[in-house]
Design a binder for this molecule. Structure first.
Ligand code: S3P
Length: 435
């Protein structure tokens, strides 16, 4: 289905976002391993999180979905069962990489598969450390899904991650629950810490020391032996909020309030980037909730400045880079993104998809192996165009926002892909856009 984006004058009103995707995945997986029934409120309605729910259901957890709330009765850490069919992670890298960790130490075999995009994304990054722990995992060309996992006896390792990746860290920590001894992971740079927080909430024994996180295996006496069901509220997804923060910033008369957003400090680097670029965004009513931080975000229009985004900031804003890049032509100086080659192995090759679609809208773009340089508004105003998101939710949403301030209509082809993280995105954008 195509979506037509008409130019807007401002974004005004209030909205609530879907539950955080990263947190929803983790809560669901740990609930499946826990004893008892967990109630997960404001669970994400994203297609990616449904993939996780379907996988844990196939592994024997009882999953009941209601209005925004998911009830999961776990099987206990050693109670999951082999699935007779391949576990389908759909488009979700988090589902596949974290499940690989969770399943490596079971006493049964599993097969993990996904859609065409996921089957092209690198899995060696989790295969390698899990193998060090004793896992038996095979993939196509030793790097790609489908992954065949034969459950094995795992031992603890001290893993120094060669890359900053929350998914790799999480896969090793989840495998660590089933290893003998205490498994540690040291990150080269901080990444989102939802797994550590969730493990603690469900009763695992976790220690943190700077950039090292240690988890005790459940069965070796040091650990607490089991995970226990929890009732938890999932905060709104900041990575989805970013599209609305960007859209509202583009128009001087905007006035938008976003309720109950997850503001965990390992996710809020994007707010610092916006602040440095002159955006008017304020956090209100911050409170801590079950290890996470929640608050509201108030945003008004502002003239955005360009600049360079690079180095250690990149892993902390990796999911927000498509939106930042698509704002480039609306800044005076333009935006340059460096050190972000990782963008090429996301749901699409995001560097190529951004360059192609920005050019379709008339922007001047230099594509580089690890980023892009996008000229600012002195190079001319963007015009509406037909956008090909390459099946990538964040590309579709970023260009819908860019289209709001362009001359003429923008058509987002196959716009349904936004449902991977935000099924109501276009309805919400149209509701809030004043025309
Ligand atoms: C995620 C981690 C990030 C992010 C992805 C979600 C997570 O990936 O891009 O959308 O939930 O752990 P990497 O760990 O590959 O950086």
């Amino acid at each position: 289905m195509n979506e037509i984006i008409q130019p807007a004058k401002s974004l005004t009103g209030a909205l609530e976002l879907p539950g955080d995707k990263s947190i929803s995945h983790r809560y669901a997986m740990l609930a499946a391993l826990a004893e008892g029934t967990s109630e997960l409120r404001h669970f994400s309605d994203a297609a990616d999180c449904h993939s996780t729910l379907n996988c844990i259901r196939a592994l024997g957890a009882d999953v009941k979905t209601g209005k925004g709330t998911v009830r999961i009765t776990g099987r206990g850490a050693r109670g999951l069962q082999s699935s007779w069919r391949a576990l389908d992670a759909g488009n979700s890298g988090t589902t596949m990489r974290l499940l690989a960790g969770m399943l490596a130490g079971q006493d049964f075999s599993s097969k993990l598969t996904g859609d065409d995009s996921l089957q092209k994304r690198p899995m060696k990054r989790v295969i390698a450390p899990l193998r060090e722990m004793g896992a038996d995992i095979r993939g196509r060309e030793d790097n790609f899904a489908p992954l065949e996992i034969r459950g094995a006896k795992l031992h603890a390792i001290d893993y120094k991650m060669p890359m900053a990746s929350a998914q790799v860290k999480s896969a090793v920590l989840l495998a660590g629950l089933f290893a003998e001894g205490a498994t540690s992971v040291t990150e080269p740079a901080r990444t989102r810490d939802h797994t550590e927080i969730a493990l603690e909430e469900f009763g695992a024994s976790i220690e943190r020391d700077g950039q090292t996180i240690r988890v005790h295996g459940l069965g070796n006496g040091n650990g607490r032996g089991k995970l226990v069901a929890k009732s938890l509220d999932v905060p709104g997804d900041l990575s989805s909020a970013v599209f609305f923060l960007a859209a509202a910033s583009l128009f001087p008369d905007s006035n938008l309030l976003i309720h109950n957003v997850g503001l965990n400090p390992t996710r809020t680097a994007i707010l610092d980037v916006f602040a440095e670029r002159g955006a008017s965004i304020h956090m209100l009513g911050l409170k801590s909730s079950q290890g996470e931080v929640i608050g509201d975000l108030a945003v008004k229009g502002a003239a955005l400045k360009g600049g360079v985004i690079s180095g250690r900031h990149i892993p902390l804003v990796i999911d927000e880079l498509p939106m930042l890049a698509a704002l480039g032509p609306y800044t005076e100086e333009g935006i340059e993104i460096r050190d972000a080659a990782e963008l090429r192995v996301k749901e699409s090759d995001r560097i190529a998809a951004l360059a192609e679609n920005l050019r379709r809208m008339g922007a001047k773009v230099e594509e580089r192996p690890d980023g892009l340089r996008i000229e600012g508004c002195r190079a001319g105003k963007l015009r509406g165009a037909e956008i090909d998101p390459h099946g990538d939710h964040r590309i579709a949403m970023a260009f819908a926002v860019a289209g709001l301030a362009a001359e003429g209509n923008t058509v987002i082809r196959d716009a349904d892909c936004a449902g991977v993280s935000f099924p109501a995105f276009f309805a919400e954008l149209n509701r809030l856009a004043e025309r």
